[in-house]
Design a protein around this ligand. Structure first.
Ligand code: AGP
Length: 611
């Protein structure tokens, strides 16, 4: 949820830290801070600001600080509002320790009370500040290694920490437990980051800090320890990724750029399935194990959960096996039933969502797990048996668009792949699935062009004036309706709710009046369509305002609409994919009408690395 960056080397740290924070700003932008060790003054200096990296940079330009070691942080608030006092870095009583933290210290209140009793003076409401004071306490009686062991023995929760200490001026301390943290190695120094993107292009090698470890880093080397203080082997991997500072490519927002990338994303998914299967589809299952599969279980959050819910329809009808879709944040609170011949597929664009990671960690080691992710170097890939890589390119906008589309396309192919392995479908049907996806990718893009002007000039201004909206779907379009509702609320702040259309008459229909637009997403199954049409008529009978996504030929439904988008007929299970770009484009322009910070909506972050 927050981002942690660090540097120690032969070059000054400020530019690296600010650049790294800017690259990871999608992880949180309530406040930001930079701290460094000034070798001339021999003291730790710090600048913090409310807002993002731009605000921090402006403050640093007023009071320029620099040093050969530095740490930085952008914050998504968990404890304490977004103020300068609560911004990281946090220090101990004597400002001789400066640290930044990503995660949640669950027992911070108990620790804080004990430290207050000892006379420590706190300056923030955060849980993170407790770490600085506790380390101050431990350093009074032991060296850095032993003090760090004593520190982590008392912390409960998740934490990725980067820390500078006046007592150890040539050292950067990193601590990792459940929250991601990695080390970049360059010819001139050592980098730290919550995400390798922070230092991509600056380094040649990378070290992924093992779970429950800490590193004592000097400018030309590092020592890795477990929480018992035992040395660990340092496993260096080559890391030559470049930072694609490709910007918005002329679009006003990353979200719009990523909406327009979706046709190519679907094509890439199909291409990878055809020609790069070995590199991007590592299920880690033998053909015999796939044949023996009896069920699939998904674990995901947010938009990824909506993709999993849609995939349930794919797999149950094509691969003819039962699917369970678990909400990651709920999964560990519910009873777990071991099942034979089942696999758990964790869907996560970032591969760092704490709810999803913790669910995977909760599973017995005997359970086979697969990651479906857009981030090959993520914790999720490292902690599952197999991985399907979406290869959608970095998704910067907090509101997920192309990742959702890549998930749907990948899961559609997965359903066909399993069915083909089980000899339920023929080679021809498998090839046809690829062709169907490529066709839908064309339709997805063409629909945006078809309705672009109408949306910009008429519909977005109109729906931007409403204070709430309802989204309805049936069968496979119900999870899609939930996704549409999430998109609208998260970038426009308009209140939305979504229901299975058949549920409306069981209570929620009381909400229907002319002040609440009702968005209905149609389906191609004729029986389900008939019922959806009835639901639309129920809405109209109560003066409801209908925004309809209908398919060609569905004249009765089209006639009911106050606003209608007509989708060409495609394979029934791909109907929602065909309308995805149009839905996202409409929501984007409603948010643009409202002048919202579309790529970085309030209160949100791109990667939710706290539970
Ligand atoms: C979607 O627009 C949101 N950004 C959010 O719901 C997101 O899908 C969710 O946090 C899951 O993220 P993940 O796919 O990276 O696990």
């Amino acid at each position: 949820m927050c981002s942690v960056v660090g540097y120690i080397g032969n070059q000054v740290s400020r530019a690296y830290i600010l650049d790294g924070l800017a690259r990871l700003e999608y992880r949180g932008y309530d406040s930001a801070g930079f701290s460094c060790f000034d070798t001339e003054k021999k003291q730790l200096l710090c600048v913090k600001a409310v807002g993002g990296v731009a605000q921090l940079t402006a403050h640093i330009n007023e009071q320029p600080i620099n040093g050969f070691s530095g740490i930085g942080h952008t914050r998504w608030s968990t404890h304490g509002t977004a103020t300068v006092e609560n911004a990281h870095p946090h220090t101990d009583c004597l400002q001789k320790i400066s640290l930044v933290h990503n995660g949640i210290i669950e027992n911070y209140l108990k620790l804080k009370h004990a430290l207050l009793e000892e006379g420590h003076v706190f300056s923030s409401q955060t849980d993170s500040e407790v770490i600085a004071h506790l380390l101050e306490h431990e350093l009074k009686r032991a060296d850095l290694v032993q003090s760090t062991c004593a520190l982590v023995a008392q912390l409960e929760g998740a934490y990725a920490v980067a820390c500078l200490l006046e007592q150890y001026p040539d050292t950067l301390l990193l601590i990792r437990h459940k929250s991601p943290l990695c080390i970049g190695i360059s010819s001139h120094g050592m980098f730290a980051g919550s995400d390798p993107l922070a230092f991509a292009g600056h380094v040649q090698e990378i070290v992924y800090m093992p779970e429950a470890s800490f590193a004592i880093i000097k400018k030309n080397g590092l020592e890795l320890y477990n929480f018992a203080g035992q040395r660990l082997d340092v496993i260096k991997q080559s890391y030559t990724a470049a930072w694609e500072a490709d910007g918005k490519r002329g679009h006003e927002h990353y979200m719009l750029k990523e909406i327009y990338e979706q046709k190519r994303v679907i094509q890439t998914v199909v291409q990878n399935f055809r020609t790069r299967f070995a590199q991007t589809w590592n299920l880690a299952l033998s053909p015999e194990q796939i044949k023996a599969l009896a069920s699939i279980q998904f674990i995901a959050a947010g938009t990824s959960w909506h993709a999993a819910y849609i995939a349930q329809f794919f797999i149950e009808s094509i691969a003819q096996m039962p699917v369970r879709v678990h909400l990651a944040s709920e999964f560990r609170s519910l009873p777990f039933f071991s099942e034979l011949n089942t696999v758990f597929i964790a869907i996560s664009q970032s591969g760092e969502t704490a709810d999803t990671l913790e669910s995977i960690r909760f599973l017995p080691k005997s359970v086979h797990t697969i990651a479906l992710t857009n981030t090959p170097l993520s914790s999720l890939v490292r902690e599952t048996n197999g991985a399907i890589l979406m290869d959608a390119g970095t998704e910067i906008a907090v509101a997920s668009t192309k990742a959702f589309t890549a998930q749907i396309a990948s899961l559609y192919l997965l359903a066909h792949y399993i069915a083909h392995q089980k000899q339920i479908i023929t080679n021809q049907a498998l090839d046809q699935a690829e062709i169907d996806l490529l066709l839908v990718s064309e339709i997805l893009e063409s629909l945006i062009e078809r309705y672009k002007q109408e949306i910009i000039s008429t519909w977005a201004p109109r729906y931007a004036s409403y204070k709430q909206a309802i989204f309805l779907g049936r069968h496979i379009s119900y999870p899609f309706a939930r996704e549409a509702a999430l998109k609208l609320k998260e970038i426009t702040y308009i209140f939305t709710d979504s229901y299975p259309a058949g549920e409306l008459k069981h209570g929620s229909i009381a909400l229907i009046d002319s002040s609440t637009p009702v968005f209905i997403f149609s389906v191609l199954d004729p029986d389900v369509y008939k019922k959806l049409l009835s639901n639309a008529q129920e809405v109209k009978a109560r003066s409801g305002h209908l925004v309809v996504f209908a398919f060609e030929g569905q004249e009765e439904l089209i006639a009911l609409a106050d606003c209608v988008f007509i989708i060409p007929v495609v394979k029934p299970l791909l109907g929602v994919l065909a309308m995805t770009g149009l839905m996202q484009f409409l929501v984007y322009h409603i948010a643009r009408e409202l002048k919202r910070p579309i790529d970085k909506p309030r209160n949100l972050a791109k990667s939710v690395t706290v539970e």
